[in-house]
Design a protein. Structure first.
Lengths: 114, 113
């Protein structure tokens, strides 16, 4: 079974803090993704990576950065956390099969910024 | 840009059939996926349609009409455990042989006795 793990289930930070969210997958997937999920807005793509040291902006990259130094690990960084970044953050990994990538999600990190 | 529309909520009776529709507007469309998410859980993959027609997986079926930019998820013999949110997502080519998904806002399905 594919396993995607995230470093924390719950996290509370203060405005202005630098926040690191870690994601690790164990299936040698090339692609990894970071989403945030807010009520009524669905899943919105922040950043993704299709190879080590490669990154691409998603739909809402502002205020975030990412790092992928190893294939299995993809980190999301909030340089200076703000209250509007309070959200559920979901990491996913995928392999490409045909014309789509089946994505496997981690359990999520619920981040609260005070 | 891309946009997907799906109903926000649907309620159905246990044992019945329910259909969740999804319409989309996008460029570079490759296919339509469906994901299920239980409260407090992670989204999990249900099905994918690249071509027009119906795909069946057990009690779940998914349909796509590319000419109408429309798809649906059909759940039969509903069970209480099917109560969850269901997301449609379009596959878009992101380069380097990989694809990204753009998700709809989700449909919350409530199954009642």
């Amino acid at each position: 079974d594919v396993k995607v793990t995230q470093s924390s289930r719950y996290l509370v930070k203060r405005t202005g803090e630098k926040v690191f969210l870690e994601c690790v997958q164990d299936m040698d997937h090339e692609n990894m993704f970071w989403y945030r999920q807010d009520p009524g807005l669905g899943l919105r793509l922040i950043y993704f990576s299709y190879d080590v040291k490669m990154k691409e902006k998603g739909d809402i990259p502002e205020g975030y950065s990412v790092s992928r130094e190893k294939k299995e690990r993809f980190s999301l960084i909030l340089e200076s956390a703000s209250t509007n970044q309070t959200s559920m953050y979901l990491c996913a990994s995928s392999f490409t099969s045909g014309s789509t990538d089946t994505q496997y999600f981690g359990p999520g990190t619920r981040l609260t910024v005070l | 840009g891309q946009s997907l529309e799906q109903p926000s909520e649907v309620t159905a009776v246990e044992g019945a059939i329910v259909q969740i529709n999804c319409t989309y507007q996008t460029s570079g469309f490759y296919g339509l996926s469906w994901y299920q998410q239980h409260d407090g859980g992670a989204p999990t993959f249900l099905s994918y349609n690249a071509l027009d027609g119906l795909e069946e997986t057990g009690r779940f079926s998914s349909f796509l009409s590319r000419s109408d930019s429309y798809g649906y998820l059909l759940l039969q013999e509903l069970q209480m455990k099917d109560s969850a949110s269901y997301f449609c997502a379009v596959s878009l080519y992101s380069g380097a042989g990989s694809y990204q998904l753009t998700f709809g806002k989700g449909t919350k399905l409530s199954v009642i006795p």
